[in-house]
Design a protein around this ligand. Structure first.
Ligand SMILES: Nc1nc2c(ncn2[C@@H]2O[C@H](COP(=O)(O)OP(=O)(O)OP(=O)(O)O)[C@@H](O)[C@H]2O)c(=O)[nH]1
Length: 212
């Protein structure tokens, strides 16, 4: 297989996915919940900004609160119906992206690696892949893909539109249709809790205690 040119991180736009219902957190707007005194989406923004060329937030509520963080904020279009899941945020990101590549990150995983984008971009270029998806070793010792951490070319929009119009809603079912490289983040030195996410307020408080 032919190896592609290196993929420069300036060519990547990061989209912070904060558009969910947050039902396991009692229906609150997850991205606006504080993590060590900083709203989760803003914490994510600060961690992601040095890693990408551009950044935006995908949110469906409290848009002015997100806008106060100083980056573009885009809600999902109505085309898939309300709260269609993370792929609705992928579509929004791909439609609004002004660079050749888009990286998705959730707003509820505040300790994700500082070298996330560089390693995903390297792997994608090395394998000449359509997608790079992060993987992390979970508490049971298994290495599992974290499909919401996904790097792709903006040319994937057409494929995603087709997939979702046919009723598809699962990220991994979509990426499986293409050439995907899984990028493990389990080297010695990688933060063990890097991909722990907070679905409930109790999990959010547990994560605060793990902040290095
Ligand atoms: N744009 C958009 N993003 C979503 C939607 N649903 C989930 N997400 C995002 O996808 C990521 C993973 O979401 P989940 O934890 O599965 O869903 P959630 O809505 O945040 O929380 P629960 O309702 O408790 O499942 C989060 O970053 C969410 O903000 C949606 O309908 N639209």
């Amino acid at each position: 297989m032919e190896t592609r040119e290196p993929l420069h991180t300036e060519a990547i736009t990061g989209v912070i996915l904060a558009g969910g219902r947050g039902s396991r957190m009692g229906g609150v707007d997850k991205g606006l919940q504080n993590f060590n005194g900083v709203p989760l989406a803003l914490h994510t923004l600060m961690r992601l900004s040095p890693q990408v060329g551009q950044i935006m937030i995908n949110a469906n509520r409290n848009l002015s609160a997100y806008e106060s963080f100083g980056v573009p904020v885009w809600p999902d279009s109505a085309s898939l119906g309300e709260y269609a899941g993370p792929l609705a945020g992928f579509i929004t990101g791909l439609e609004r992206c002004e660079t050749p590549y888009l990286l998705t990150v959730p707003c509820d995983t505040p300790l994700f690696p500082a070298d996330l984008v560089a390693r995903m971009a390297d792997a994608m270029a090395r394998e000449n892949a359509d997608f790079a998806v992060a993987a992390a070793r979970e508490e049971d010792g298994q290495l599992r893909a974290q499909p919401v951490f996904c790097l792709m070319g903006v040319n994937m929009l057409e494929s995603l539109a087709r997939f979702t119009q046919a009723g598809g809603r699962k990220i991994d079912a979509w990426t499986a249709q293409h050439n995907t490289v899984i990028v493990p983040f389990d080297r010695p030195g990688d933060e063990v809790h890097g991909f722990f996410n907070a679905n409930t307020l109790a999990e959010l408080h547990q994560l605060e205690a793990r902040q290095p």
